[in-house]
Design a protein around this ligand. Structure first.
Ligand code: GLU
Length: 513
């Protein structure tokens, strides 16, 4: 790693990682790998009120599953750690003292009750209370009070916060790699709290201190943080760090499948699809959400799908492995407008991965699932099964249900089609065909196919008169894979037994009309 690209994914452990966060992690990772840079995981856990136990582990497990591996991070370590903000308290304290000393921030002693009352009062006048240049001199802070008064309050250990002193009537201009030039009037900002009364930094302060100290070159994050960026730019200036300020890159939102706005947790419940990578049970409410993993998605397929929500490689290629994504990724091709979440497309990607998946690997994945169902089969049988079925399923977890008839007897026949095909006048032909099959020694797909075709020709029968019956007899349905392939995999004995039983069942079924 010899490049100066250092990027970070900085989630807050306030709940399960949303799919939008996963995409941010992915783009950040792709950018790092593309530029032989460093990918950092930083846990932003300074908001103790919003901390949710288990959320940090969830984030790590999700990244692990997706194989988005950080180079530096809480458990991995690195030269510029610690990488968990709650372990960096002393660092923030030092820089808070510095920003105060520079005169760019101040102590504010207003109590939550004072501020609550002011907010209420403003609301009553249909206004918004803002702690800023227009109000600060009438409030209780180290700018409005005399040095003695401030010292007094400090001596009494009165609780205080530290606020950024934002000058009015200025314009903050910064370049964003996606949104280009962004302008923001400081009149729209307030004097943001940098350090809270509990001695913890706020997101804004910890974020810029850490990005600076961790030598972050590019801040890649969701568009919802765009309005925080002017504050961050002011903070870099206030700290005297503007020369090494990172570049900003705000990613477009992932939008609801229909209608307006950002894809939310509720959309998942409403439309019945996952919006989180893994299952999660909220420790407080017991509320459960389903993950893409548990739904049966392949990690690679989910990444491929997500990569293309908001980025396109510029050619028409859609199915790409991670290395191809790394090779092709560029922020220039990240779109400004939000990308709609299309669950059918996500499933399509998964089906592509299953179809193109290595048969040996798929068989290995199916082995424990088959064992759970009590199916005793050889590895070769599973591989043959995968070969026949992989174009017919969307998820690995569908294989055994869709193709159960390879492992147990047929449970039900497609009666509707049976009625159309099981004709009195052809009945005897099926016995002849049975005998023909019984004479085959080398019961392979090719041999069976040749024999059946020869039989059809000799008897002047069409495919449509015979094959559906064989299919329904062997699998119960017309949807299965190649009938000759099915016969080879089931083997001669099972095929014949099954057909014999099926003929008898069909006779019985159709007599009882
Ligand atoms: N902790 C913020 C989050 O939860 C990080 C935003 C950023 O990347 O600056 O998304």
């Amino acid at each position: 790693m010899n490049s100066t690209v250092r990027v970070r994914f900085a989630p807050s452990p306030t709940g399960p990682l949303h799919i939008g966060g996963v995409r941010t992690a992915l783009y950040t990772f792709l950018y790092a790998r593309k530029h032989q840079g460093t990918f950092i995981l930083r846990i932003e856990d300074t908001d103790q009120g919003r901390y949710v136990p288990g959320a940090e582990d969830y984030i790590k497990e999700a990244l692990d599953w997706l194989n988005i591996q950080p180079d530096e991070g809480p458990e991995i370590g690195g030269d510029l750690g610690p990488y968990r903000q709650s372990e960096r308290k002393a660092i923030y304290k030092k820089y808070a003292d510095e920003i105060i000393a520079k005169g760019n921030a101040y102590f504010a002693f207003d109590t939550p009750e004072d501020l609550g009352a002011l907010r209420k009062e403003a609301e009553a006048n249909k206004e918004n209370f803002k702690y800023d240049a227009s109000t600060r001199m009438s409030l209780k802070n180290s700018l409005s009070l005399s040095p003695d008064e401030v010292q007094n309050l400090m001596d009494q250990e009165a609780p205080y916060v530290i606020r950024l002193k934002v000058n009015p009537n200025e314009e903050v201009v910064f370049q964003d790699l996606v949104r280009e030039e962004v302008r923001w009037s400081t009149n729209e900002l307030d004097d943001k709290v940098l350090m809270k009364a509990d001695g913890m930094p706020t997101y804004h302060f910890a974020n810029i201190v850490d990005d600076h100290l961790m030598k972050v070159s590019h801040v890649i994050r969701g568009e919802e943080w765009l309005s925080s960026t002017p504050v961050h730019v002011l903070l870099y200036r206030a700290m005297g760090w503007e020369d090494t300020m990172p570049e900003f890159c705000h990613l477009p939102l992932i939008l609801k499948p229909v209608g307006k706005g950002k894809l939310s947790k509720r959309d998942g419940a409403k439309f019945g699809f996952p919006v989180f990578p893994l299952d999660w049970v909220d420790p407080k409410t017991g509320e459960e959400v389903t993950g893409f993993r548990e739904k049966g998605f392949e990690a690679e397929a989910l990444l491929n799908f997500l990569a293309l929500v908001g980025w396109n490689p510029g050619d028409n290629e859609e199915v790409m492995d991670i290395n191809t994504m790394i090779e092709k990724f560029s922020i220039d091709r990240v779109s400004k407008s939000g990308g709609r979440f299309d669950y059918d497309k996500a499933k399509w990607f998964n089906a592509q991965y299953v179809q193109q998946g290595d048969e040996e690997d798929l068989a290995t994945k199916l082995k424990p699932l088959a064992a759970q169902k009590g199916y005793e089969v050889s590895d070769d049988f599973l591989k043959g099964f995968v070969q026949l079925m992989k174009t017919r399923v969307t998820f690995v977890n569908e294989f055994l249900d869709e193709g159960y008839y390879f492992f147990e007897e047929v449970k039900a026949y497609d009666e509707k089609n049976l009625r159309k095909k099981w004709k009195e006048d052809k009945r005897a032909k099926f016995d002849l065909l049975y005998q023909r099959l019984d004479r085959i020694n080398n019961f392979t797909e090719e041999v069976v196919e040749t024999e059946v075709k020869a039989f059809l020709q000799e008897e002047e029968l069409g495919f449509g008169a015979v094959l559906p019956i064989l299919r329904i007899g062997l699998s119960g349905t017309l949807k299965g894979p190649s009938v000759f392939g099915m016969m080879e995999l089931l083997g001669k004995e099972k095929t014949l037994n099954r057909l014999k039983k099926a003929y008898a069942d069909f006779d019985k079924l159709l007599q009882n009309v």
